[in-house]
Ligand binder design. Structure first.
Ligand SMILES: Cc1cc2nc3c(=O)[nH]c(=O)nc-3n(C[C@H](O)[C@H](O)[C@H](O)COP(=O)(O)O)c2cc1C
Length: 301
């Protein structure tokens, strides 16, 4: 059975990856699961400078999900290249660096530096970050900024360039088209949804940052719907995520039109979920007579 997924000029060995920010730099899970079963590891966001992240509490549980306001805590691009990439390069799966920034120049600088690391498979660009030069409005909410940023990064690399869409917009298809126009090889969706929990005794928000990003099963129907709509708006591959816990959840995304999926919050509950999801997709294909994962995409109109 053909499990491979083409993104730009490269193939992922299978459609099941682990989502940025939920799998560290790979080494954290190495002793727990067989990493070679993963189609890809999307790394924690990499920024130009190291970031300690936001003050605690920065994670709160909600019904069927969690809200995080980690604040892109990471070691910074230089340490990422010198300390994390050499180990990531030994892992038997595609390594996709998740890139974040607070100006277009920062995204470009990080990408330029990462180009020196031969073992990176490609980039996923997190456009849910506030643009400090545009009054803190998220890059991902403005189609003209998305197109401009994408074409700037496109000029810097031949590696697969995936733009990760935020669901916190009026019409996600407009943003997806802007990414395609800028030269993206794929879009991934969705990032987290803005959420808030208030402690009624203390009468204050639980998270230090007040609001954060909701992930987990609570957002799955939103992710599936957005994947479905985005797939019908663009001709490049869509990578779906949000609340995948089982193979059936992932198959919903594949039927909606996703070429590949990512699992985030699920791995916090059970790191074996990505491998179980892959097995379940293969079983589904055999049972339903699909010769490739791609064939699943073509069923639903
Ligand atoms: C703790 C945490 C940290 C995250 N950090 C990042 C990040 O650095 N970059 C990014 O693009 N997405 C980040 N995300 C979003 C996830 O990659 C994913 O888009 C989202 O959680 C939805 O998938 P899920 O419901 O399977 O977790 C983070 C999510 C969580 C829960």
């Amino acid at each position: 059975m053909d499990l491979s997924v083409r993104i730009g000029n490269k193939l992922l060995p299978n459609p099941v990856g682990v989502a940025s920010g939920t799998f560290g730099y790979g080494s954290e899970y190495e002793d727990l699961i067989d990493i070679s079963r993963l189609g890809a590891i999307y790394t924690k966001a990499v920024t130009i400078k190291p970031r300690p992240g936001n003050d605690i509490p920065r994670i709160v549980e909600t019904p069927s999900g969690i809200i995080n306001s980690i604040g892109l805590a990471n070691v910074g691009v230089d340490k990422f290249i010198s300390e994390k990439v050499p180990h990531l390069a030994q892992l038997p799966c595609a390594i996709i660096a998740n890139v974040a920034g607070s100006t277009e120049d920062e995204y470009a600088e990080v990408t330029k530096k990462l180009e020196s690391s031969e073992s990176l498979w490609g980039y996923e660009i997190n456009i849910s970050c506030p643009n400090v030069k545009c009054g803190g409005m998220s890059f991902g909410t403005d189609p003209s900024q998305v197109e401009k940023l994408t074409s700037r990064l496109r000029a810097l690399t031949k590696r697969p360039l995936i733009i990760k869409l935020t669901p916190n917009v009026t019409d996600i298809t407009v943003i997806a088209k802007a990414a395609q126009n800028g030269g993206a090889d794929a879009v991934s969706c969705i990032n987290t949804l803005v959420g808030m929990v208030i402690d009624t005794k203390k009468k204050t928000p639980v998270l230090q940052m007040k609001t954060g990003g909701l992930s987990g099963p609570a957002i799955r129907p939103v992710g599936v719907a957005m994947t479905y709509r985005v797939k019908r708006a663009v001709s490049i591959p869509v990578i779906g995520m949000g609340g995948i816990m089982t193979a059936d959840d992932a198959i919903q995304y594949l039927l909606a039109g996703a070429s590949a999926v990512q699992i985030g919050t699920g791995t916090f509950i059970d790191p074996r979920i990505p491998s179980q999801v892959l097995d379940g997709i293969v079983e589904y294909c055999k049972r339903e007579g699909f010769e490739s994962v791609k064939a699943i995409n073509e069923v639903l109109q």
